[in-house]
Design a protein around this ligand. Structure first.
Ligand code: PBG
Length: 326
């Protein structure tokens, strides 16, 4: 029965009716907050393009983690900013490295908050690539696997609840699973950055983590933004290799992939609302062009609607606060 018998506006007439028929729920327990822990800063070191996000000392990271926990956020995703870098990125698997030390401190301070670690070499290598280089200066896939697996084990040993490889080397999920199992961490889940695209939206993150490649770019390992079928192949391979959760990253321009991933697997799907997406909203809001609160809640809800179970977002604390009041 079309109009006039059918009137779509009937179910939108009041807040109570709209609430009753709302299809998608967003709650703080579905959100993860990224934190940059820096060996080089004494307290907070602001990131220019990301107002409200700072590089943190361990004491400040504890402070942020406590706040996140109090707001009902499920966990934090830790990125390390080491004082020193070298060609191999040895700081990544150093048991006394910045992430490992932070894990011990956070585990004690906020025992119930999930501690997730980004497993990658780019913050620790002088050249800023996500793996080690071969004699020709190319990123050496197979040689990088052992180092990534070593890094994941070092994180698990320091108390990580979940490890999240973001390097995009082929075979890393399997290599990490084998190494974790062999070292007594069979219970540590892997959140795989599976459909991770070579994206301009990581710009502010690279400033924050000091991980811009010193030559070339990441297009030989991260996905071409034009490729959806290839992205699904990546994801399904990660599932076969033993991933426990799969990720689509970035989020906003990739809603089709979030939906396709949701339909292609039964695993929890994670969407990463990345640094450039955050920077755009903050800049537009600061200029008075957008209302920050409604924009952020609309974005996060749309990612849930697209099919994401879990959302990583720099807006997580603000969103959790706003959700508590609605
Ligand atoms: C490390 C890594 C990156 C991000 C997460 N892990 C940067 C990159 O791949 O260049 C991006 C996160 C963001 O932009 O918020 N490989």
């Amino acid at each position: 029965m079309p109009f006039p018998q059918t009137r779509m506006r009937r179910l939108r007439a009041s807040a109570a009716l709209r609430g009753l028929v709302r299809e998608t729920e967003l709650r703080p327990g579905q959100l993860l907050l990224p934190l940059f822990v820096s060996e080089a800063v004494a307290s907070r070191d602001p990131i220019a393009a990301m107002p409200g996000v700072d590089r943190l000392s361990i004491a400040q990271a504890i402070d942020e983690a406590r706040q996140a926990h109090a707001l009902g956020i499920a966990g934090v995703l830790l990125f390390g900013v080491p004082a020193n870098k070298d060609p191999e990125g040895t700081g990544a698997w150093d048991d006394d490295g910045v992430v490992q030390v932070a894990l011990h401190a956070l585990r004690e301070a906020v025992p119930d908050l999930l501690l997730i670690t980004d497993v990658c070499l780019c913050e620790y290598t002088e050249h800023g690539h996500c793996g080690v280089l071969d004699s020709e200066g190319q990123v050496d896939n197979d040689a990088s696997l052992e180092l990534l697996a070593r890094t994941a084990v070092s994180h698990a040993r320091a108390g990580a609840d979940i490890v999240a490889p973001s390097d995009m080397m082929d075979g890393r999920v399997g290599a990490i699973r084998t190494e974790l199992d062999g070292e007594g961490f069979a219970q540590t889940p892997i959140m795989a950055y599976s459909a991770k695209f070579a994206s301009a939206f990581y710009g502010p993150f690279r400033e924050a983590a000091g991980s811009t490649p010193s030559f070339g770019d990441r297009r030989t390992y991260q996905l071409d933004p034009a490729n959806a079928r290839q992205a699904l192949r990546e994801t399904l391979l990660d599932v076969q290799e033993g991933a426990d959760m799969v990720m689509v990253k970035p989020a906003l321009a990739y809603g089709d992939l979030i939906r396709a991933t949701r339909e292609a697997t039964e695993l929890p799907v994670v969407a990463y609302n990345v640094s450039g997406e955050y920077a755009m909203v903050k800049a537009a809001a600061a200029a008075g062009y957008l209302d920050e609160r409604t924009t952020v809640l609309e974005i996060l809800t749309s990612l849930r609607r697209a099919g994401a179970d879990i959302i990583i977002s720099y807006h997580a604390k603000d969103a959790a606060q706003w959700l508590a009041k609605t």
